[in-house]
Design a binder for this molecule. Structure first.
Ligand code: KIV
Length: 281
């Protein structure tokens, strides 16, 4: 049931807490405080996650899967990322908002990557950008960080390369691949990245990477030794029912609960139990 109009606090009445910054995230790593990160694609969810104390809200290109219904993140466009980031930014007071650079928005040239990262910061109001890959993106990362654009890296399973990899298997299980991930992480740190997402790699490799960097690592399917954890919020809340990898912990079963609530509403409308006299003027 929606709250009475007089109980709804207008956005501008909320207090302005201190923003999470790249400096604060680095301090959290140094102090052993775990960083909490969650995806969001709209103002409503972003506001709830911010209020719950989430440190980083990631406008992930996973919106291609969970919001747009695509099979991969590849079709997501820069304009769409900007649109969703604008909405998320409006819902957030404290968390750092990080926006994924979508496929082909940073691969063509360093100049184009730089310009597109600038658009995400300037037009959408993000606090940072995230891009996938190691060695092949460090030049672009260095260009962005030199201009004051905070960059988050993403190593291990990088969903934008799904057609090259051919599967969503765990990365870094063989020594050569593990070495490459470690090397990439160090290169990203040298290029000025402020944090790195490690996706679907063995926990021991994630520990090694985490211990070798002064910037925080944020894990997804990368074990407990990372400096923080991220999940796609629809997985955490049980909204995605046909995708349940081992690294997801479901804290709710919203798909079923929403299904039940909406079915109840439909029944009430059809049986003329809604609206009641009290719900009418
Ligand atoms: O797009 C996304 O949601 C992500 C997370 C899975 C880290 O990149």
């Amino acid at each position: 049931m929606s709250a009475p109009e007089e109980q709804r606090a207008p956005t501008q009445q909320r207090e302005q807490p201190r923003r999470v910054t790249t400096l604060r995230l680095r301090q959290m790593k140094q102090q052993g405080q775990k960083i909490v990160c969650l995806t969001a694609y709209d103002a409503l969810m972003a506001r709830i996650f911010d209020e719950a104390g989430v440190d980083i809200i990631l406008v992930g290109d996973s919106l291609g899967n969970v919001f747009q219904g695509h099979e991969t993140t590849i079709p997501v466009t820069l304009e769409e990322m900007i649109y969703h980031t604008k909405a998320v930014v409006r819902g957030v007071r404290r968390a750092m908002v990080v926006t994924d650079m979508p496929f082909m928005s940073y691969q063509v040239s360093v100049e184009e990557a730089f310009r597109n990262a600038g658009r995400i910061m300037k037009e959408a109001g993000a606090g940072a950008v995230k891009l996938e890959g190691g060695e092949r993106v460090v030049e672009a990362v260095a260009r962005m960080t030199a201009a004051g654009i905070p960059v988050m890296g993403h190593l291990g399973l990088t969903p934008q390369s799904i057609h090259q990899f051919g599967s969503y298997r765990v990365r870094g299980t063989d020594p050569k691949e593990a070495e490459q991930i470690l090397r990439d992480a160090k290169l990203l740190e040298e290029a000025g990245a402020f944090a790195i997402v490690l996706e679907k790699i063995p926990a021991e490799l994630a520990r090694k990477v985490t211990e070798s960097l002064s910037i925080p690592t944020i894990g997804i399917g990368a074990g407990v030794y990372c400096d923080g954890q991220v999940l796609v919020y629809t997985d955490l809340l049980g909204l995605t029912v046909d995708f349940r990898p081992r690294f997801v912990r479901q804290y709710e079963r919203l798909y079923e609960r929403i299904l039940q609530a909406v079915s109840q509403f439909a029944d009430d409308v059809r049986a003329q139990r809604f609206p009641s006299e009290e719900e009418s003027y």
